[in-house]
Design a protein. Structure first.
Lengths: 316, 331
């Protein structure tokens, strides 16, 4: 009995070893991102899947696996499952929240995995090999500079902000910095929760409260769509510009059409996940050095370059 | 026999006068709010502002009318916000599909479909609660997640926009007006009037309150308890569909954040309106006032300058509690 068991064990053992050897030929990049629960994350999912397909086709020795999670807790469990199941050569993660994901990502790092963190940083920056994010301060600043320029340095603007978070604070900070030194006055700033309906109502209220508004800035394109509807309803002619941010395709379309009210856009593109996956693949495939921090700029999108930022098939 | 009839009549009269006071409460709170609002910013009472606020209250009013039936029959429905998003999404997808064949008739067809989908969603909730015997809180928390996930799935997490050719034809249903009264306001008034006839003047309305007051007694009195409660959920579903029909032309799209937290606004409006959460009675016009009060408070927060943007939610909470206290002590 002990003999048969021994043979079986040896067999299983060698099979396992062979399996491991096979897997070693192919390097695995696991991409862990939030599930699509609003426009921006839907864009992240779209671009992550697109990048996975492209990288898998381009590099036969690399296998990109995309896993979406609907909450921070689910993302932690997903990481545990994934690291138990397979050897992970690299992890590209857009963490749901910094606090909850720091510990689990750290233990994956300790097992020897290359860690790429996207957008939202972890609490301990020593964990990441590569950190890639957009520039929220620049999103506000680029928009403000455009307004200062076009309004001739003076005017009255109203602002719609999102949900109290670092992202929102940075955008508002950048906007205020950009206006500094000009005579543009911010009449009002209120939260509209990055929600189209809330933005519609808030804009109606702004219009009732202020007889003269030169420009509106909603720090996200979803809100801008609500703002535009309220302005259209009120038939007000004083509003020269209504601007957003992020790079939603409906707004990019307006920029491409040179819309008089929304002629520009500032990107905080969900496609940054794609940049991160490609860079990570470059490190695994060609040993390209990528350790460090990458901050994508928020250049002004105008009619001239809008098509570079337009993804007709993306949900965002 | 005559004795009993006389007693019932007397009881009804007595209840009638009491009813008046409870029903006056929310309107008193509304009046106080209007005066305070005017003092804070005279623009508050401008025709334009009041029209905007009452028009946007329409969704919570219409859904709240349905919730008044569910709550007075002793139930609760947490799924209304997600259901509204789901119905909106299905309706837009359907209209976009058939518009190439039937043109603008797609809108009418879409409205009919919305009502059917809403009724079935309500029926589902009702059957799970009654036949399934699951607590309404848990059952509708479950369907709330289901509807929300379905709209997210249908939209890939993004936006479901209405076809361009329908956008302008459908737009007046939210932005249009008849004799200066916005269409959503007319819809709200018609729905509330029909509902108050149903709740106060029909056998079904009385069964509804009886079931909510005491299910056992109602059963022994020969009232079909399950049927009564299921119908209340179906009415709720239909109301959600009517709200969705008015909602689509506003922004012309459904997203995973459509109708987020509406269930809380609806329940708050019903309770501010004088309908007790434990059931047993319902105040349709109170719910209408409650919904308008909620939107007015939010509006007032923006129009006034003395509340920091960080404290808006806290001040709103305080005002709601004060409004409830005014009601309670005015009785």
């Amino acid at each position: 009995m002990s003999k048969t068991k021994l043979i079986a064990a040896t067999l299983v053992g060698s099979l396992l070893a062979a399996g491991a050897a096979l897997a070693e030929d192919k390097k695995t990049i696991v991409v862990s991102i939030p599930a699509a629960d609003h426009g921006w994350t839907a864009g992240v999912v779209y671009h992550a899947n697109a990048a996975a397909k492209e990288v898998n086709a381009a590099f036969p020795n690399i296998n990109v696996v995309v896993k979406t999670s609907p909450s921070a807790a689910a993302q932690v469990s997903a990481l545990e499952d994934l690291s138990a199941k397979r050897k992970m050569d690299a992890l590209v993660i857009l963490p749901y929240s910094s606090e909850e994901l720091t510990g689990p990502v750290k233990s994956i790092k300790e097992a020897g995995t290359f860690i790429t963190v996207v957008d939202r940083g972890l609490n301990d920056s020593a964990i990441q090999d590569l950190y890639l994010a957009g520039d929220n301060i620049a999103v506000g600043k680029t928009t403000a500079k455009f307004l200062v320029d076009k309004l001739g340095g003076k005017g009255k603007v109203v602002v719609l902000r999102g949900i109290p978070t670092v992202i929102d604070d940075e955008r508002i900070q950048g906007f205020k910095d950009g206006l500094a030194g000009s005579d543009i006055k911010i009449l009002d700033i209120q939260y509209a929760n990055w929600n189209r309906d809330d933005a519609f109502k808030l804009m109606q209220d702004y219009l009732a409260k202020y007889p003269q508004i030169d420009a509106v800035w909603a720090n996200d394109d979803d809100m801008l769509l609500g703002v535009l509807e309220a302005v259209k309803q009120a038939k007000r002619t004083d509003i020269k510009f209504a601007l957003g941010g992020n790079g939603m395709k409906q707004i990019i379309e307006k920029v491409m059409a040179n819309d008089p009210m929304t002629p520009i856009e500032t990107p905080y593109p969900p496609s940054m996940i794609k940049t991160a996956i490609y860079m990570t693949a470059a490190a695994l495939n060609g040993q390209a050095p990528i350790r460090g921090t990458v901050k994508l700029g928020a250049p002004l999108i105008t009619q001239a370059n809008a098509k570079d930022y337009f993804f007709p098939n993306s949900p965002f | 026999m005559a004795d009993i009839a006389a007693t019932t009549a007397r009881a009804r009269r007595k209840q009638g006068t009491k009813l008046n006071w409870t029903e006056l409460g929310p309107f008193l709170a509304l009046a106080v709010l209007l005066v305070v609002g005017f003092l804070v910013n005279p623009d508050f009472l401008s025709v334009n502002n009041i029209t905007n606020v009452v028009t946007r209250s329409a969704f919570v009013i219409v859904i709240g009318v349905g919730a008044t039936f569910v709550i007075s029959s002793g139930g609760l429905d947490l799924s209304v916000g997600s259901m509204a998003a789901f119905v909106t999404g299905v309706m837009i997808l359907f209209m976009n599909t058939v518009v190439h064949d039937i043109g603008s008739n797609a809108i009418a067809a879409g409205m009919v479909l919305a009502l059917v989908v809403g009724a079935f969603c309500g029926l589902g909730n009702g059957l799970i609660v009654t036949v399934g015997g699951i607590e309404p809180f848990i059952a509708t928390l479950g369907t709330m997640g289901i509807f929300r996930a379905l709209i997210t799935y249908l939209s890939n997490g993004g936006t479901i926009p209405i076809d361009h050719s329908l956008r302008d034809v459908y737009r007046p249903v939210y932005f249009g007006a008849v004799l200066g009264v916005p269409i959503p306001v007319i819809v709200s008034l018609v729905v509330a009037a029909a509902a108050s006839v149903l709740l106060y003047r029909t056998k079904y309305g009385r069964s509804c309150a009886a079931v909510g007051a005491n299910e056992e007694v109602a059963r022994y009195s020969g009232i079909p308890v399950i049927k009564t409660r299921v119908i209340a959920y179906v009415i709720q579903g239909l109301c959600v569909a009517v709200a969705a029909i008015c909602y689509v032309p506003r922004l012309g799209a459904a997203t995973p954040t459509t109708g987020l937290l509406w269930e809380l606004q609806v329940i708050t409006a019903v309770v501010i309106g004088g309908t007790p959460l434990r059931g047993g009675k319902g105040h349709i016009w109170g719910t209408v006032a409650g919904a308008v009060i909620l939107e007015l408070i939010a509006n007032l927060m923006v129009l006034s300058d003395f509340v920091s943007e960080y404290l808006v939610a806290a001040v709103q909470g305080v005002i709601i509690i004060i409004a409830m206290l005014i009601q309670r002590f005015s009785k």
